[in-house]
Design a protein around this ligand. Structure first.
Ligand code: FAD
Length: 363
């Protein structure tokens, strides 16, 4: 259900491997990848699933030999983060005059998250950033409804991404379907290719089960869906008892501040205990990097969640980037360089510190 869970069930995850060429040979896919050290790897697979999100058409058009071209609409959505606009913990949905809604959500304790936009993305997929116009639009939405007003100077961070929407012929970006499509085909040699077009996080389990039923069909096997009520790693507790779980964590680790315990439980659930281990004091969590980020968590992210860079740790896995100063970020960056060079780092199989072999088979 997520990459960690997949590894527990026997999957191999290879981060930072770009699929550079795919061709069918006698009904089997031969896949070449390039890792971040530019080393080439070769794999074989009986079935291939193209789940490359906004890059799905790059794969069908330029990488997978003989694949049917898939037309997608690339629609950028941007968010801004500002100092917290109100004290309570509810969200607002603001109805705009352009028939769109904009949300305002309490974010990372001291901030408010405001989003999103719908803009046709014509630039490169490697350059996805908020435009001045989008930032103005989001500020204006808030200013139409809130007593206090915000401007571009209040934005402490922004992030943008591109939605790969199935091209249903709708001219208006906000009206294109957000539903997903799954396509299935075989190449000239009989190798099966399944492509995922569009999708939402809210429906990803359903989508994944639909993909698996296509995979099963291609392999001639059957299996029942099982993810409907399965918890994610660390999430094996009643969500309505979340506050009790935070309290329990604080009882087990009395030195933790409220906000730290809350953040750990929200990100890692019961796996927080793997990060905290036997620590009885803050000093036993290792080096301190700012915010409430300590060495134990950084190592956990590298070993268990494939984090490889400052960006991974501060913005992708956590949002502690909001709380660290420039000099604290530099200290973290130097620390990452140090531990990547630690002598036994390559034995941490499955994590960012893991090594990888060059020829493997997969289904
Ligand atoms: C602005 C915005 C707002 C959204 N809001 C919501 C929301 O409110 N609710 C909701 O449910 N969903 C929302 N979504 C949708 C949700 O984010 C996506 O459905 C989800 O992230 C898709 O995940 P994915 O794994 O399919 O694709 P992605 O997360 O895009 O992953 C695709 C992966 O393929 C990799 N890749 C590409 N090319 C190659 C290659 N050649 N070799 C190897 N790897 C490659 C990429 O590096 C990437 O990691 C939103 C999306 C956007 C952009």
């Amino acid at each position: 259900m997520n990459a960690q869970d997949a590894v527990e069930k026997g999957a191999k995850v290879l981060p930072r491997h770009e699929v550079t060429s795919v061709r069918g040979e006698n009904g089997v896919w031969v896949i070449e990848t390039r890792d971040r050290d530019s080393k080439k790897h070769r794999f074989q697979a009986r079935v291939l699933v193209n789940a490359a999100g906004p890059w799905v058409s790059n794969l069908t058009d330029s990488v997978i030999d003989g694949a049917v071209s898939r037309s997608m609409r690339l629609i950028r959505g941007s968010h801004i983060v500002v100092p917290r606009l109100y004290a309570h913990d509810r969200c607002y949905l603001l109805q705009n005059s352009d028939d769109r809604i904009v949300f305002v959500i309490p974010y990372e304790e001291n901030f408010s998250l405001i989003g999103t936009t719908d803009r046709e993305h014509q630039e490169s997929l490697n350059q996805v950033t908020i435009s001045n116009d989008e930032a103005q639009y989001l500020c204006a939405s808030v200013n139409d409804y809130f007593n206090s007003s915000i401007s571009l100077e209040d934005i402490v961070w922004s992030y943008s991404a591109v939605r790969p929407l199935f091209d249903d012929g709708n001219a208006d970006a906000k009206s294109i379907t957000r539903d997903y499509r799954i396509t299935s085909e075989t190449d000239g040699t009989g190798a099966p290719l399944i492509s995922v077009l569009g999708g939402k996080i809210t429906t990803y389990r359903k989508l994944a089960e639909d993909v698996l039923s296509e995979v099963n069909q291609a392999l001639g096997v059957t299996s029942e869906g099982w993810t409907g009520s399965s918890p994610l790693p660390g999430g094996s507790f009643d969500f309505l008892r979340f506050d009790n779980e935070v309290e329990q964590l604080k009882q087990d680790y009395p030195f933790l501040s409220n906000s730290h315990a809350h953040r750990l439980m929200r990100l890692y659930g019961s796996l927080s205990r793997e990060i905290l281990g036997d620590a009885m004091t803050y000093g036993e969590l290792g080096r301190f990097f700012g915010g409430n980020l300590y060495e134990n968590e950084v190592r956990y992210l590298m070993e268990r969640e494939w984090a490889m860079s400052v960006e991974d740790i501060l913005w992708r896995r956590t949002k502690e980037g909001l709380n660290l100063s420039d000099s604290e970020v530099r200290t973290l960056s130097n620390f990452l360089k140090e531990i990547i060079n630690e002598p036994d780092s390559s034995s941490n199989d499955g994590g960012a510190l893991a090594g990888s072999s060059t020829v493997q088979s997969a289904t």
